[in-house]
Write a protein that binds this ligand. Structure first.
Ligand code: MN
Length: 385
């Protein structure tokens, strides 16, 4: 049995002010092509299908196209997917009954009653059954109806109890598909800037709950990596979703399961993006001289280091590079400003944070009208603007 493990597609994602529609369309097509070549038995997607809980029509269309291509071009491949913290469980569940007739198995909602269980999909090969347990993203609050003492159950305890109810047969091969923050006796996975940080680490789940599983196909952390054991693994995102991921190697994790009791064989199939994310640094002339047909259309974070800031350096960079994410200046002057800013550091108001975010996303200031709307929303939410 061989399957592809993917996660954190974040369809609809914007990188700074740029839509990533073309890049995402391209990478999904490449995954379809790899599936045609490699013919895995299944494709597992461990949550965060979409970037937003209310995805745009365009984003829904992209994913729809991906599922259609898989089911038409390679109908023998099963697709198994769960919701992540970015997805809406209800929306993801839409049409899941009908889709299961095409071997597309979706689990958007965690069990809601004592009778309900995790969605379990059994696929067979020459060694027997492989049980895939689909565990959508949970917060303890989502599953409070499953037990009497709803107060104060931790993420780890909630996860442990849900898995206990399944009475997993450890003599068989079992695969868990989950989207949580796993740690291995305190050792945390390496995170990036494109994940949502939770303060205080209350969402941590120790990998000891994964003991019954031959392989854990995990999502949530955007850099591909194992956690604790090679067979508990985050596949990472298919594309770089922040500048901090500049040096990541994105890939499809390919998992091969042989007879029960043997360790899975894990390989990575590299994924080449349409547009890479790169960091360039140096004097303006040095940065301009680095331009090649290869990189001039990449997503770039540029830092220029000239002591004397050259005339119209922004314009000169934009003439050469088409997709600049940010331009920074690092010289004595800006370092002094930074130190001064730290000295009179003040906590920003919610409105200031929204306005700054808006500028980063849209590349312009809010209009008065937009500012008024944000103020109203903040006030309604009980946040002083
Ligand atoms: Mn994610």
């Amino acid at each position: 049995m061989r399957f592809f493990h993917l996660a954190d597609l974040h369809i609809g994602k914007q990188l700074h002010q740029y839509s990533m529609k073309k890049e995402q369309e391209d990478i999904l097509n490449k995954i379809v092509r790899k599936a045609q070549e490699e013919k895995p038995d299944a494709i597992v997607i461990a949550g965060d299908i979409y970037d937003k809980s209310v995805p745009s029509a365009e984003a829904v269309h992209l994913f729809d196209k991906f599922l259609t291509d898989i089911t038409e071009l390679t109908p023998e491949i099963a697709v198994l997917l769960i919701s992540g913290n970015h997805d809406s469980p209800e929306r993801l569940n839409y049409a899941s009954e009908i889709l299961s007739k095409h071997q597309v198995y979706i689990s958007g909602m965690p069990p809601q009653t004592e009778e309900e269980h995790l969605k379990k999909i059994v696929l067979k090969d020459e060694y027997g059954a492989v049980n895939f347990y689909l565990m959508p993203f949970i917060k303890p609050f989502y599953v409070r109806n499953l037990w009497q003492d709803d107060g104060g159950v931790t993420y780890e305890e909630a996860m442990r109890r849900i898995l206990e109810r399944e009475e997993i047969d450890e003599k068989e091969r079992n695969v868990l598909v989950a989207h949580q923050f796993f740690v291995a006796s305190g050792e945390k996975p390496e995170t990036s800037e494109s994940e949502m940080a939770v303060v205080g680490g209350i969402d941590e789940v120790d990998i000891r709950v994964l003991l019954p599983f031959t392989y854990a196909a995990l999502g949530h952390i955007h850099r591909p990596q194992k956690i604790g054991k090679p067979y508990y693994r985050y596949s990472g995102t298919p594309l770089k979703y922040s500048i901090s991921e500049e040096k990541h190697y994105k890939s499809i994790t390919c998992v091969e399961l042989k007879e029960a009791g043997s360790e899975p064989v894990i390989t990575e199939i590299p994924l080449e993006p349409l547009r890479d994310v790169r960091v360039l640094r140096g004097s303006l002339e040095e940065v301009l001289a680095q331009a090649t047909t290869e990189n001039k259309d990449d997503f770039l974070s540029i830092t220029i280091t000239d002591e004397m800031e050259p005339y119209q350096f922004n314009e000169r960079l934009k003439e050469v590079y088409s997709h600049i994410l940010e331009i920074r200046v690092d010289n004595t002057r800006t370092r002094t400003i930074l130190t001064e800013a730290e000295e009179d550091f003040k906590v920003k108001t919610p409105l200031e944070i929204c306005m700054q975010f808006f500028v980063e996303m849209q590349g312009r200031e809010m209009t008065e009208e937009e500012e008024a709307i944000v103020k109203e929303v903040l006030n309604e939410g009980g946040l002083e603007s």
